[in-house]
Ligand binder design. Structure first.
Ligand SMILES: [Fe+2]
Length: 350
């Protein structure tokens, strides 16, 4: 190991692989290709610059996910020792419970999961001598002033969302796949034609009841919209991971996003928008089989999309278009774009 590190440090070409994300480059870079052949090393030595870039991008997204879920939990989840902060809004919680009695528990559990995702990834990065991700300097957005919400600054904005529900029709299609360039209509067209709050912005949003229910319904669709993104992102990025242990991390966290998505997919079906709409049979929540890799293959029930090229920037564009970062600074977008660009440059070492 030491010898490999010395070799690495003596090479300016290889040093150029190392990036700002590496606090102690020598610890990590030993797996990079030496003289055209792969360095034989133990697994823990084979973490590449690309692996670190992918983990750092995922850590950033998990921090952002945590921030949004935390806002939902403060007002509509269960506030406890596992997910502290906030004191709940009874009116908003009741509106969510109208969709499903378990909403507060699911919101709590999803929130806790996101905390563990970024804490784990950051802890793992540090264990490898790499810099963890910290977005605290971008906590600048005003949150809800409704009773129950913490009066703290936020990373994400849940009050002007444009919610793309095309995941519903994408997972129902038996002939189309976004990885083939196919597009899908939103299940709830209204949600993509405006900017809607998904949490009460202030106590004024708590009445009338129909208004608050519309806010809760927006949230219900937003939950699934977020988690379907994670469901695709992990397999998309896993294709360019080199180290087996890092691959294991992506393959172990990614499916929890899918578990969340499946629950929210089911709950979204309870929203009134689905009632009486024959095209939107609410209990069709499992992926229909569709074309995969080539139209000449038999159809397959799959997560989609999973195209790896540009997946990180694709996720950033999707979230940005949703309004989740409305009000954020140029520096925030520069940081997020830099993390995504680095992740998209990662290549699997063969
Ligand atoms: Fe997550």
């Amino acid at each position: 190991m030491l010898q490999q590190v010395r070799t690495l440090r003596s090479s300016s070409t290889r040093r150029s692989f190392l990036c700002a994300g590496l606090a102690a480059p020598g610890v990590i870079g030993a797996s990079l290709v030496a003289g055209g052949s792969r360095v034989a090393a133990r697994d823990e030595d084979e973490i590449t610059h690309g692996d670190i870039s992918i983990l750092r991008f995922l850590s950033a997204l998990e921090i952002l996910e945590t921030d949004l879920w935390q806002q939902y939990n403060e007002l509509g989840g269960i506030q406890d020792a596992e997910v502290p902060g906030g004191s709940g809004s009874k009116a908003y919680t009741d509106a969510l419970v109208n969709l499903d009695g378990d909403m507060p528990q699911y919101i709590h559990d999803n929130t806790e999961d996101e905390f563990t995702h970024f804490n784990f990834i950051n802890g793992y990065l540090m264990s490898k001598g790499a810099k963890p991700v910290n977005l605290d300097r971008f906590r600048t957005l005003a949150g809800s002033t409704a009773m129950g919400a913490q009066k703290i600054k936020r990373l994400t904005n849940l009050m002007q969302l444009t919610v793309d529900t095309s995941w519903w029709t994408r997972y129902r299609s038996r002939t189309k796949n976004p990885d083939f360039g196919d597009t899908f209509p939103p299940a709830i067209p209204g949600l993509i034609q405006g900017k809607f709050p998904a949490i009460p912005r202030s106590d004024a949003d708590l009445t009338p009841g129909t208004h608050l229910q519309a806010i809760a319904n927006t949230a219900a669709f937003h939950f699934a919209t977020i988690e379907q993104g994670g469901t695709s992102l992990y397999p998309a990025l896993a294709q360019r991971v080199s180290n087996v242990e890092v691959l294991r991390i992506l393959l172990s966290i990614g499916p929890t996003e899918a578990l969340h998505f499946q629950v929210w997919h089911d709950k979204a079906g309870n929203a009134p928008a689905f009632a009486g709409n024959e095209d939107l049979q609410a209990n069709l929540i499992m992926p229909e089989p569709t074309v995969f890799l080539s139209r000449s293959f038999p159809v397959c029930s799959i997560v989609r999309p999973t195209e790896t090229q540009g997946a990180a920037m694709g996720a950033v564009r999707f979230l940005t278009a949703s309004g989740l970062f409305t009000g954020q600074s140029r520096a925030f977008f520069a940081e997020l774009n830099a993390l995504a660009t680095q992740a998209d440059l990662a290549q699997r070492a063969v």
